[in-house]
Ligand binder design. Sequence first.
Ligand SMILES: Nc1ncnc2c1ncn2[C@@H]1O[C@H](COP(=O)(O)OP(=O)(O)O)[C@@H](O)[C@H]1O
Ligand SMILES: [Mg+2]
Length: 290
Amino acid sequence: MDAASAPAETHVFQAEVAELLNLMVHSVYSETDIFLRELISNASDACDKLRYEAIARPELLAGADKLVIRLVPDKAAGTLIVADTGIGMDRQELLDNLGTIARSGTKAFLKSLAEAKEGASLIGQFGVGFYSAFMVADRIEVTSRRAGSADAWLWTSSGGAGFELAPASEEQAKRVPRGIEVRLHLKEDAKRYLEPFELERLVRTYSDHILFPIELVDDKGEARQVNASARSPRSSRRTTRRPTARSSWLSTSRRSRSITRSRAGSPMPCCCSCPRRRPSILAIRTVRAG
Ligand SMILES: Nc1ncnc2c1ncn2[C@@H]1O[C@H](COP(=O)(O)OP(=O)(O)O)[C@@H](O)[C@H]1O
Ligand SMILES: [Mg+2]
C-alpha cells in the first residue's frame, strides 16, 4: 500500500503485547533507565541491517549520508527523540514488529515478568525492548521510512489496547529521510531524561560500546557524539598511541564483544573476562559467531 492512498487506521495489539504494555505502564520496576539502552540497541541493529543490505544494493544508502543514532531532548515539549538512519520499517513491518510478539515462550516470559520485582534484565533477555519505552512515556510516535522507499509512516500509541497507523505528514516525512524517529512523550516522573547530562550518563553506562556514532543534539540543534566506540582513531582516547600486538588484539576482541552485545541488547559473558589468559583462536571465533 502506498502512503498517498492509505487511510489512517486503528489496530488492536496482539493480546500478549497488550498484557506486556499493561505491565510496563503500571510497572513498579525501578530500572526504567534501560529503555534508552533498548532503543539504542534497536537503532544499532537497524544500522547494521542497512549496512549489510547495502552491500548488494548500495542505492539504499541514498537519502541520508551517514549511519548515525541521534538523541534529541526537547524540554519545552517534554519529548525525547531517539532517531536512526538505519533500515527503517515499511507499513507491514510496523504492523508486524510493533504490534505483535512472534517469539515462542511469550506466555512464560510474561508470567515471570509479572512476578519479578526487577523486570529490567528479563526485558533485555527476552528481547521486547521497544515496549520498555512505555515505562517512561505515556505516548510514543514512531515515524518510519524504509531505506529506498518513497513513503513514510506514522505509528502512534498511548500504550493501551492498540495503536494507530497513518501516512506521515509531509513535514514528518521530511524529517525522516531514512530510518526511524521514535518520539517519546515523557511521563511527569521521567522528565529527568530530558537532561543532557543524564542522557550522556546513560549512554556511557549502557551504550558506550555501540559501533555507530550516538549524537546528543542540544537546544541550538548542534550535535555532539557521546559514545566512545565509534570515535575515529584520531580522536579516540584509547588509540592515540601506536597499537601493540596486544592492544590491537584487544580492540578486535572488544569489537566482537560490542557486536555480540549490540545484537543481543544486553551484555553476554565473554571469553576474555579473565585478564590473565589470552583466549584461543577458537574462543575468539566463538565470540564473533555469537
Ligand atoms: N530503530 C528501528 N529500526 C528498524 N526496526 C526496528 C527499530 N526498532 C525496532 N525495530 C523492529 O521492531 C522489532 C521489535 O523490537 P524489540 O521489541 O526491541 O525486540 P528485538 O529487538 O529483540 O527484536 C525489532 O526486531 C525490529 O524488527
Ligand atoms: Mg530490541
